[in-house]
Design a protein around this ligand. Sequence first.
Ligand SMILES: [Zn+2]
Length: 470
Amino acid sequence: MRGLIAFGLLAVAAIAASVWLAEHPGLVVIDWLGWQLSTSVGIAVLALVVLLGLGILLYRIWQAVMGAPGRLSQSAKLRREHRGYEAVTRSFAAVASGDAEEAERWARKAGELLGDQPLARMVMAEAAEAGEDRVRAARHYRALLEAPETRLYALRGLTRLALEAGEQEAAQDFMRQAYDLKPDTPWVLDRLFQLSESSGDFAAAEKALKEARRRRAMTREEAKRKQAVLRQAKAQALAAEGKASEARRAASDALSDEPGLVPALALKARLERDAGDTRRAAATLEKGWARAPHPQLAALYRSLRADEDPLARVKRIEKLTAKHPGHPESEIALAEAYLEAKLFGEARRHLTAAKALGETPSQRGCRLMAEIEEREHADRAAAAEWLRKAEGAEPDATWICRQCGTQADDWSAHCPNCQAFDSLEWRSPRRVARTLPVAAAPAAGGATDAEVEVVEPELVPEPEAPKRAG
Ligand SMILES: [Zn+2]
């Protein structure tokens, strides 16, 4: 539409100009270097317009010819970049799927195609780390420190590499830099906590927790749990040094964060008992039993009065178990007390209530039942039968590391094997029932069935892939 209007206006102008020229006729004469040319003004103007148009056309052609190599090289560069990005994608995919060699191959390609671009550096660093070439990975991360957009990423990689190499001080230094750069990054706060607690610096670890909580990098529950475990670790360290009253205070602090923390309840009650304060120890255990009934607490509660009449003990245990009636641990504690008092009927009743003898009997339940048969009726055969059942029963609960499956008799803040923080949980070891043909089975006493159940209480999960958290 606009073009049409412009064309119309131009046509009108041209017609007006020709009319005006026709009304004002004249002659243009050129006399130059012996040449003579004379023509009308109209023709001279037309010739001028044609010459101008020709000039513009020639200029355009010249421009197009001169610009061609640039445009060609531009498209080659784009193609190269495109291939580079494809190599980056393939390398990252290989890292994620655990193929270090493939990752390395594509990372090298990306490096060739993309040169010194941060993206190429990133993929080369990741591939080098996947291939456990820490020196090369560190070199790429260091180069990435320069660009502001990849600085935090580079610091995270360098921290990880330093920790893997056991260079605590270097790791701490990189983390400080990361903290200065972006203090509310969750991995920075989490790592700061881990580093200080693993080096036994409880005060710094608590400070890191508070900071994480303040910056909302951790939920309230998570922070409380970690703080409780930290304080319990401190209590244990103090108790080991013989600082009983300080240890008691630290355990109390742990319980204020996590009132059902069994090791803290046990330590506090033990220290109170050892200090001669049995009344307070009993109160601690009763309060704890309401939240977390546990055989260790029951054992401590029994130990509060050394030479006690069995019937008096039954009364006392009843007071404890009333804090959590119906819980299997309450029923077992009562069964044990009744058995000691030779009240066998009651002992059986509570064992049954603990579901320790039903479809999935527990080893503890079977052993107690054997004792009842032995002591009540002096029935050796029945007792032996229960002990045989105990072998195939659900293994007793113990402290087991959530990360590596290691079993420990006592709780500690760190797994004795993999050093993971707060990874021990109280549960029965996983029992894997596998059926083997009898020939392959080890000499199983008296097993004449065609198949034998193999129990692997010490089943350890497969080793985890190298941890890349944080
Ligand atoms: Zn472990």
